[in-house]
Each structure stands twice: as structure tokens, then as C-alpha cells.
Design a protein around this ligand. Structure first.
Ligand code: PMP
Length: 450
């Protein structure tokens, strides 16, 4: 492959917010790496003496990943134990960016899965879930009042953040092929002269929450090309990457991979993508582990925030995650994720079959290609030519009939009313799906009869 150029360190200065630029490195945390100097006696950090900690070891068992042929190794478990130095490191203060063996393992994963060689100018930090990292990234990149490009509908968990930063949310349409590059182009090309241009695009490329749509390769190419043309950073929030169960014969690569290796990227310097991964949907949500990968200057700016917000992600859950991942290996991890995506594909199919049987003609939907949700439009009348309001129906009639879902307005950056609803299917048995869908049908029929 031809040599790849990277955007220089100085490029990112224009992207960092005033808050990020004003942050000072923590005096203790910036000196901590020096403690590893051989022969050094450190009087530096206020580390408690771990011999006073009451834990002596942690033993746990986990399922083995499926075997090569995809079969589940029935009942097979791996036994794992944290003790000695590993346990001491897990219980002690540790590096801001995450527990070193876990960071190393995750960097190897990123290299293999996204074809990005190690040693390039990208960095990786662990956070307390990807939510923690999204929060820090937006604070590092947006000044109060800045415009930000967001795919719409969008993950409801980022909207309050934009509100708190008083950001103008510029909605980019989405459809069954993911984010609409035509909508992005139209927004950027008609941007008012003299108004500060947006610098950040937030997108969920696989199984967008709430729509479940995955951006096609063609869309991704156009988005990347627009990002170059209009000097944008792409925030690729991808917690459903490993849950992809769509029908694309060629699974589209991530933006993180494409900006480096796609033929359309030839001749362009690399470094516009900040990628967010999460183990929440594949290993555990409660362990609170996510990781950000991207240009080192941006990741460093986020680390400086971590150093004041929470010092570091929790050591024990990182050590547990590392023990598990190291015992599985990257191949075992990938086999496990294929098993998880097959699990949700089956759940999706059961839910869709029930929708077909009971709600044909009463709702409109597109089957999700990843993730845990159906996003559908209730075909109910609105007031005087307005779009119907699913929120009032969900909160009153549906709830009275014993079914709860999330009104679509929660996913619209500017809080518009909508007839869309998000239904989560991840936990339900086929019997519960049947009953829930029937209750939705009765609700809609009642509203239509009014
Ligand atoms: N981004 C999206 C699109 C999500 O759907 C979620 C969780 N629902 C998150 C981020 C946060 O995930 P985590 O558990 O890693 O904080």
C-alpha cells in the first residue's frame, strides 16, 4: 500500500474548544509515567498502600466463546483469576487512558478489525462507557453556541449534551441507507455566508439508534468526501458495530478504516475520524467500559478532562475485561460477537414477524440491520394536517393497555412531534413479543376509531 500521510498536530488546534485549550495537564498525572523509570524511588503520587486493601483475589468464570465452526461449546467455561500484581494494579490508581494491558489489547483489536497499523498517529483511551467519552469529546470540540451536524433521528443520550452546550443542532436526514449524504451536502452547500461553519459531524454508522439503519458504503464515501471538502471531523459512535446482522454481503468498513484504506481516500491525509466503541452490548453494560480511538491530540484533550472529572476509568472492571479478553483472544472475541449478533437477528425476526401479522397497515417500518430496536411510524391521524403525536398515545392509551415504548420525539434533536416510536426487542420472549404487539395493535385501532 502507498505511504499514508497524517494530518499534522497543528491541524487540531482549530478544532479544540476554548475549554479544552484552557485545560492544564494534571501535575501529578503527567509525571506518573516517569515512575516506571528503572531504579527510581518515587515520592510522587498519593497512592494508598495496597497491602491495606482487603481483597486477596478475584476468581470468576465466564462462558467460552463459540468454536471455529460457530457451534456453541455447550456449557464450556473459562476460569479466571486476578491476583498478585494484576490485582494490585486493578485496585490501585492507574493511568488516565486506561489499564495498560487492556489499552494494548484494544489497540490490537482496532488494528486488526479496522486495518489500521499500530504505531500510526492514533491513540486509544478507555472511558466509563462510551457515553463518558462522547460527553468529553463534545466538550473538547464544541464551544457554547457552536453549530453541530447530527444525524436525525439521533441517539437520545446526546441531545441533552447539545442543549447543555447551547449548541445549534443541525439535523441531517437519515433513511434506510443510513445518514443521507445528499442532506449533508445540501446543508453544507447552502450554509449562510458569514456564519461560523460547523466543524463536527456526529453519526451512528451501524444500526443507528433509534432507526437500526446502517450507512451503505456509497453513503460513507460521500460523507467522508464532504468531510474533507468542508473540513469536518467525523464522530463515529459505533456501539452496534459488532451486532450487525444486516443483509449486505459486503459489510461496509468503519469510517476509521475508510479514511485510511478506502480507494477513495488515496492521496488524502488521515485523521478526521474519532471513533467510539463500547463493550456494553457485547460483554456487559454495567461494567461501564467504552473506548475512543482517533487522532492523538484529540484523545489527549479528552484525557485531560478525565484527569479532572474522574481521574481514570474504574480499574477493577478494566482488569476483569482484560482477563476475559486475553483468555479469549481476538478470534474468540470476534466469534463471541458473531454469536451475539445472531442472537439479536433471531429476536429481530420474531419481532418483525409479529409486526407483519398484527400491524400491517397500521404502522410503517424498516427492519433494523443492527442494534436492539424497531423504529416505526404509527399510522394514526394528526391534528389539522400536522404529523400525529406518538408521545400522547404511548404515554396514555398504550400504557393503559400494558405496553410501553419510547415516543420518537425523544430522538429528534429539536424535539419535533412525530408519529414514530422506538420499540426495544432485546429482552422479550416470543410470547411477550406477541402480546406486546397485540396491545400496540389494540391501541392504534382505538386511536383510529376516535
Ligand atoms: N451511543 C449510542 C448510539 C448508544 O445507543 C449508547 C447506549 N444506548 C451509547 C452511545 C452509550 O453506551 P455506553 O454504555 O458505552 O456508555
Amino acid at each position: 500500500m502507498a505511504a499514508v500521510d497524517f494530518l499534522p498536530e497543528s491541524f487540531y488546534a482549530d478544532f479544540l474548544s476554548d475549554a479544552a485549550k484552557a485545560r492544564q495537564p494534571s501535575p501529578i498525572r503527567s509525571l506518573l509515567p516517569l515512575e516506571a523509570t528503572p531504579g527510581l524511588i518515587s515520592l510522587l503520587a498519593g497512592k494508598p498502600n495496597p497491602t491495606t486493601f482487603p481483597f486477596t483475589s478475584f476468581s470468576f468464570t465466564a462462558r467460552a466463546p463459540p468454536s471455529e465452526d460457530g457451534e456453541n461449546v455447550e456449557g464450556k467455561e473459562v476460569e479466571l483469576k486476578l491476583s498478585g500484581d494484576d490485582l494490585a494494579a486493578a485496585l490501585q490508581y492507574g493511568p488516565t487512558a486506561g489499564l495498560p494491558p487492556l489499552v494494548k489489547w484494544l489497540m490490537e483489536l482496532q488494528s486488526q478489525v479496522h486495518g489500521r497499523g499500530s504505531g500510526e498517529s492514533w491513540a486509544l483511551s478507555v472511558g466509563s462507557g462510551s457515553q463518558d467519552l462522547l460527553d468529553k469529546a463534545f466538550i473538547a470540540l464544541l464551544n457554547p453556541g457552536d453549530p453541530v451536524l447530527v444525524q436525525s433521528p439521533v441517539y437520545a443520550g446526546v441531545i441533552p449534551l447539545f442543549h447543555s452546550l447551547h449548541c445549534e443542532q443541525i439535523e441531517i436526514d437519515t433513511d434506510a441507507d443510513g445518514i443521507s449524504s445528499a442532506s449533508l451536502r445540501a446543508v453544507l452547500e447552502s450554509w449562510p455566508a458569514g456564519k461560523a461553519k460547523p466543524r463536527v459531524l456526529y453519526t451512528i454508522p451501524y444500526g443507528g439508534n433509534p432507526t437500526g439503519a446502517t450507512a451503505t458504503l456509497a453513503r460513507r464515501r460521500e460523507v467522508l468526501s464532504l468531510a474533507r471538502e468542508h473540513n469536518l471531523l467525523i464522530m463515529e459512535d459505533d456501539p452496534y458495530f459488532y451486532l450487525f446482522y444486516g443483509t449486505h454481503s459486503l459489510r461496509p468498513p468503519s469510517y476509521f478504516e475508510m479514511e485510511h484504506s478506502d480507494p477513495s481516500s488515496a492521496g488524502h491525509p488521515v485523521g478526521r475520524v474519532l471513533r467510539f466503541d463500547s463493550i456494553s452490548k457485547i460483554i456487559s453494560a454495567g461494567m461501564r467500559i467504552g473506548f475512543v480511538t482517533g487522532p492523538a491530540p484529540l484523545v489527549r484533550a479528552m484525557n485531560m478532562h478525565t484527569a479532572t472529572a474522574n481521574l481514570q476509568p474504574a480499574g477493577l472492571t478494566q482488569a476483569v475485561a482484560h482477563a476475559l479478553l486475553a483468555s479469549w483472544g481476538i478470534d474468540g472475541f470476534l466469534r463471541h460477537t458473531r454469536g451475539v449478533s445472531a442472537f439479536y437477528r433471531a429476536k429481530r425476526d420474531v419481532f418483525e414477524e409479529a409486526l407483519r401479522r398484527h400491524l400491517t397497515g397500521l404502522i410503517e417500518w424498516t427492519a433494523p440491520e443492527s442494534g436492539l430496536f424497531f423504529w416505526f411510524k404509527m399510522l394514526i391521524p394528526g391534528e389539522e394536517g400536522q404529523e400525529a403525536d406518538s408521545a400522547s398515545v404511548v404515554r396514555t392509551k398504550a400504557f393503559e393497555k400494558g405496553v410501553l415504548a419510547l415516543p420518537g420525539t425523544a430522538f429528534l434533536p429539536n424535539g419535533r412531534r412525530t408519529a414514530y416510536v422506538r420499540a426495544s426487542f432485546s429482552l422479550l420472549s416470543p410470547e411477550e413479543v406477541e402480546e406486546a404487539v397485540k396491545r400496540l395493535r389494540d391501541t392504534i385501532l382505538e386511536v383510529r376509531a376516535e
